[in-house]
Write a protein that binds this ligand. Structure first.
Ligand SMILES: *Cc1c(COP(=O)(O)O)cnc(C)c1O
Length: 375
């Protein structure tokens, strides 16, 4: 099976992990700091605080934003559930904003959703394509809101050569196995705000600060959401390869763009010339006449060893959200969900693999097109 995304581990990654396993510190040593400094430098942010997942990082970001009971965040339903789950965990309510057909939050609809309870705007750079961050920041500034960007797909993405991670009050990255680089499980927050950074460090590690000799003081309620030293070593080794990984994904994505250009049955998402997408996903958007055969297309592609996936079932369609917040339907979100199909695009693929993907996708989609759907 050729998965839609997967990790790419080489011998030097393994050696970096083994070196730490043979050292004195498996946790709370210097590798985590080294990794944090390297990420901050790479994205152009002042501070980086790593976590053991992007999910715990999101919880940390919301906690230091002082999100409380009955506060609201404005976010996107086209994301992994963790984006809004961690706000719900603090008693807040996610207000879902409709998206555009690139899967990103529609920045023109955000302002109409702001209430006296809104605390933050939480966009997601879907598939690695940057959101309209300048517009979102302008809205946030006008209404005194924080921008917490879930960039789990977008490490290495940029706008006019300025990296994602350098724009928002806090930006969250994921190092889950299939994300742009991996530490197995892991995540990070980058910020230019010193206060946020120090509170995030406390939140991550029991709220304890070291004092003289054995004395320490627990000054706030914290958790243990730390990354291990060997995970940080893997992350550091992977970070050095990120630009190479993105080049490979970009090469495959451009090949797909060319082969799928102006196809009558589906479209793809165009990345503007002044932006780099990390190309975490390569989404196809099936035309409406194929929506009723999407399950068959999905199953046949899977049976032919293409590990396709759908990103995402809108968060508000999950039973937990329906029960807690009531049923909603956002028009473009629904349409995007019915259309979207992610095909394999990752750094472990060869161009021969990419050619097989193109041939198989075209053959299967064209095979089912004769059935057509009535509306
Ligand atoms: C993967 C992902 C997360 C969660 O990341 P973990 O590191 O697995 O906790 C959150 N948000 C988005 C958009 C993701 O893709």
């Amino acid at each position: 099976m050729l998965p839609y995304s997967t990790q790419f581990i080489e011998e030097d990654d393994i050696a970096a992990v083994v070196e730490v396993l043979r050292s004195s510190h498996l946790t709370q040593g210097s590798k985590v700091e080294e990794f944090e400094e390297a990420i901050a430098e790479y994205v152009g942010a002042r501070y980086c605080v790593t976590f053991n997942s992007a999910t715990s990082a999101l919880l940390g970001a919301y906690a230091v934003a002082e999100l409380k009971e009955n506060d609201e965040i404005i976010t996107t339903p086209i994301s992994f559930v963790a984006t809004s789950n961690m706000a719900v965990a603090l008693g807040a309510k996610p207000i879902f904003c409709d998206v555009k057909m690139d899967g990103n939050i529609d920045e023109n609809l955000i302002e109409s959703l702001i209430t006296s309870r809104t605390r933050a705007i939480v966009p997601v750079d879907f598939a690695g394509k940057p959101v309209a961050i300048e517009t979102i920041k302008t809205i946030a500034k006008k209404h005194n809101l924080l921008v917490i960007e879930d960039a789990s797909h977008a490490l290495g993405s940029d706008i006019n050569h300025r990296k994602i991670g350098s724009f928002s009050d806090m930006t969250v990255f994921s190092f889950h196995a299939i994300k742009p680089i991996t530490t197995g499980e892991g995540g990070a927050i980058v910020t230019n705000n010193e206060e946020f950074a120090s509170r995030l460090r406390l939140f991550r590690s029991h709220g304890i600060i070291k004092k003289h000799l054995w004395n320490s003081d627990m000054v706030s309620l914290g958790h243990n959401y730390r990354l291990t030293e060997f995970a940080a070593a893997l992350g550091l080794s992977q970070l050095h390869k990120l630009d190479r990984f993105i080049n490979i994904r970009e090469h495959i994505a451009r090949y797909y763009d060319e082969k799928f250009d102006k196809h009558p049955l589906f479209s793809t998402i165009t990345i503007p010339n002044n932006e780099q997408s990390g190309r975490h996903l390569y989404p196809l958007l099936l035309n409406p006449e194929l929506h009723c055969v999407k399950e068959e297309i999905f199953e046949e592609l899977q049976s032919r060893a293409l590990g396709v996936q759908v990103h995402y079932k809108p968060i508000y369609k999950n039973s937990f959200y329906k029960e807690r917040f009531g049923e909603i339907r956002l028009m473009t979100t629904e349409h995007f969900y019915r259309s979207e199909l992610s095909i394999p695009c990752h750094q472990k693929m060869s161009m021969e693999d990419a050619k097989v993907v193109v041939d198989t996708v075209l053959e299967v989609i064209e095979k089912y097109s004769y059935r057509g759907c009535s509306f």
